[in-house]
Design a protein around this ligand. Structure first.
Ligand code: SF4
Length: 485
């Protein structure tokens, strides 16, 4: 799908530059709709003026991505999946990351503990907080009352979005009735149950999954449900393990995504999901070693699915604290895949406090490349070092390349020292530069009127540096002796 230009969007707006949306001009608003910072609905004039009804419709159509978004859950934890415009991340960017759901059986005796653990789960990595997106509650008991009870308890204990899983429509809808105000995703509609589940979904404005390993059947059910009035659909073409089956699983997902995004097919225009958790219904667990091997198989399938922007993945491994490795691997991969390739991973330049620095504590210098600043900061925090961290604008480039490319140079560091009033915070004039920038030390001493110490090449060496090399009195004596000359 060709992206509309800001001018095409502007042409459909009110063009009064009234500023009611918070933008100074309609053109600025038009530009930000493309980045999804605002929606067409945020222009009240366009929305409320009957004379602009045609333009309103045209604009909403123009801004709707070929793969429609689907939202599961309510409140701040609600998760939106799909809504993508491109097949490959490098073509633009992906907007909504793969949602990771963990399955729980409704008869699990540890259900409450698992829910609490998953709700609180947070992994901090490179300045981002990585979390789980939802829970898939499976009707393993086969009992309607038990499923209802488990669904209710789940939503009482957690505000994570819920996917209710049962192929028995009576059981599925009984639990859905119980928690319908939490906007659960209903898994799943089949050729035998589409009418009953579809009717409930329409009445309660709920999203549904269509499950079929036959792509023609999947498309036919999608067409039927849309015609029937279902507004939000997720497609599951099946997850298959074993020789030859992996490629079938992969091909089906890619076919659905290609049909939606490149061919703008009206029936495939929905998010796609995968269920690596089905692995456990296909294997028998023998000993402990086999258990680990099976978990790896499941997580590898999750990684393959995540790498091709499968919009929702359901896992079994990851329920327990000792299985955190599985989520750590998948969330880390996801963080990389869903970073915006158009934006340099940079942080704001400035003077950052580490712990409680005093006037005689050191000033470490680093670049504003995100993957440099955050690990340095974490190393300093982890070593309990009270100090200042001066982050210099290197155009978001790491130290070694920025020194070679000239973005991290003596002039830029001296300018940052001045701009952020570094020497007003301390009673010394010592700057510690990274080992990889050693060659800047002479020029920086002149430019910043400072005593420059070359620190370790890697910030993990800072504790040792502090122990063996940090001698502020000696450094200042030397500085004073040559500054008098
Ligand atoms: S509210 Fe609408 S008309 Fe007013 S500036 Fe924003 S986009 Fe333009």
């Amino acid at each position: 799908m060709a992206r509309p230009s800001p001018l095409e969007i502007y042409a459909l707006l009110d063009k009064s530059n009234c500023k009611d949306c918070g933008y100074d001009t309609c053109m600025a608003f038009a530009t930000d709709t493309l980045e999804r910072k605002v929606k067409a609905q945020d222009c009240i004039h366009l929305m409320q003026d009957p004379k602009q009804a045609k333009n309103r419709e045209k604009l909403i159509k123009l801004l709707t991505p070929p793969q429609k978004p689907v939202t599961i859950g309510t409140g701040e934890k609600a998760v939106t999946i799909g809504g993508e415009e491109i097949l490959m991340r490098h073509q633009l960017t992906f907007y909504n990351q793969t949602a990771l759901f963990i399955e729980i059986a409704d008869d699990d005796t540890d259900l409450e503990d698992i829910i609490k653990y998953l709700s609180d789960l947070k992994i901090e990595r490179m300045g981002d907080v990585l979390t789980l997106n939802g829970v898939a509650l499976r009707n393993v008991s086969g009992d309607k009352e038990q499923f209802k009870l488990a669904a209710k308890r789940l939503t009482e204990l957690s505000n994570l979005p819920v996917m209710l899983c049962s192929f028995n429509p009576e059981v599925l809808l009984a639990a859905a009735e119980e928690i319908k105000d939490k906007k659960p995703l209903l898994y799943a509609v089949t050729k035998d149950t589409w009418e009953q589940i579809g009717k409930f979904a329409i009445e309660n404005n709920l999203p549904v999954v269509i499950a079929s390993s036959n792509l023609d059947e999947l498309m036919s059910l999608s067409a039927t449900l849309q015609k029937f009035g279902v507004n939000e659909i997720v497609l599951d073409s099946g997850t298959y393990f074993g020789p030859g089956n992996l490629s079938v699983t992969y091909d089906n997902i890619m076919q659905l995504r290609t049909a939606a995004i490149d061919k703008e097919d009206a029936n495939s225009c929905w998010p796609v999901m995968g269920v690596p958790a089905v692995y456990w219904s296909q294997v028998k667990i023998g000993n402990e070693k086999e258990l680990w091997e099976h978990q790896y198989q499941e997580v590898i399938m999750g990684a393959i699915m995540g790498s091709i922007d499968t919009n929702l993945i359901v896992l079994h491994t990851g329920q327990k604290k000792e299985e955190i490795w599985a989520l750590l691997a998948l969330m880390t991969l996801r963080q990389s895949i869903f970073s915006d390739p158009r934006i340099y991973p940079a942080v704001d330049p400035g003077l950052y406090k580490i712990k409680e620095p005093k006037s005689n504590d050191p000033i470490f210098i680093t670049s504003n490349y995100r993957m440099t600043k955050i690990p340095v900061e974490q190393d300093l925090q982890g070593a309990n070092i009270n100090c200042w961290l001066l982050v210099v604008d290197s155009e978001g480039i790491g130290i070694e390349s920025a020194v070679a490319g000239g973005q991290f140079n003596a002039g830029a560091i001296a300018e940052a020292v001045k701009e952020f009033g570094v020497f007003d915070k301390v009673d010394h004039r010592i700057l510690v530069i990274p080992g990889m920038a050693a060659r800047l030390s002479g020029a920086l001493e002149d430019e910043a009127d400072a005593f420059v110490v070359v620190g370790p090449r890697d910030s993990s060496g800072i504790p040792k540096f502090m122990e063996k090399q940090w001698k502020p009195e000696e450094f200042m004596k030397e500085y004073e002796s040559w500054s008098k000359d």
